[in-house]
Design a binder for this molecule. Sequence first.
Ligand SMILES: NC(=O)c1ccc[n+]([C@@H]2O[C@H](COP(=O)([O-])OP(=O)(O)OC[C@H]3O[C@@H](n4cnc5c(N)ncnc54)[C@H](OP(=O)(O)O)[C@@H]3O)[C@@H](O)[C@H]2O)c1
Length: 278
Amino acid sequence: MSITDSQDSQRRHDSLFTIRGRTALVTGGSRGIGAMIARGMVFDGAHVVITSRNADTCQATAESINAAAGAAGTTGRCTAVASDLSSVDGVATLVSWLEEHLESIDILVNNAGATWGAPLEHFPVKGWTKVLNTNLVAPFYLTTGLLPLLRNAATPEKPARVINIGSVDALVAPHWENFSYSASKAGLHMMTRQLAKHLAPESITVNAIAPGPILTDMLGHIAADSNAEAQILDRVPLGRYGNADDLTGAVRFLASSAGSYLTGVVIPLDGGLSGCAG
Ligand SMILES: NC(=O)c1ccc[n+]([C@@H]2O[C@H](COP(=O)([O-])OP(=O)(O)OC[C@H]3O[C@@H](n4cnc5c(N)ncnc54)[C@H](OP(=O)(O)O)[C@@H]3O)[C@@H](O)[C@H]2O)c1
């Protein structure tokens, strides 16, 4: 191997896990898992658009990420745009905004999600419509609506990426009475595989991450109750919540050159909860 060849290999190795210079959309990026993912991507040098219903929170998150990234000297940046993805009209409005402001999207992270808990025999229809619309219908129409922008970024060497945030609750029957939530995430996992098959010829990969418990507002009510928290963590072989580094690492793998050859997979990011079950 010549010196030029080995320098080339070193350069490729160094850039294997980076998404520097890429453009991403993270839905539900104003707080929780979405904000963790967005921050990690900006720190790696990406331009990340985040979206959520609450415009003020979304803007404040983008400003705080930009301030921290600026202080760290990274080239990434974050832009906020408000949207409500619980209706197809809301999805279409966001797609129009993105078409107007971006030429291409390298990475789409379908993260925004909602949950609902109610006893089995009193589970309301509203708990199905809200959760299915936000967790399943929105990722479908957002992905299809953004195909022109994803196609603009996609090449066989550098596929565009769709990353769906599923859940361990669709891999192992949940302990909680969140019937519409686990069903919506199981649907999202299967949709991931079907879209992956359909979009592979266009160099667009579609994968999912299925997190275990991550300490966010969604789990806030459980974490506030020490008995419930113990019940959750007892089921996690690694004995802790997942954190921002765990999420950033998994997303960076799927979104960078390192993950170019993966499509149609659901990665359990759950401290062993599903893999060691039984
Ligand atoms: N936390 C966990 O333990 C866990 C485990 C497995 C999977 N997950 C999944 O991870 C994703 C993020 O969860 P999280 O724990 O970070 O939840 P979270 O703290 O409740 O944050 C949800 C995010 O989604 C946004 N959002 C909710 N409804 C929306 C809508 N209709 N339109 C647009 N944005 C909306 C929220 O902002 P606004 O309220 O301002 O809209 C917020 O930014 C979800 O898909 C969830 O199912 C979470």
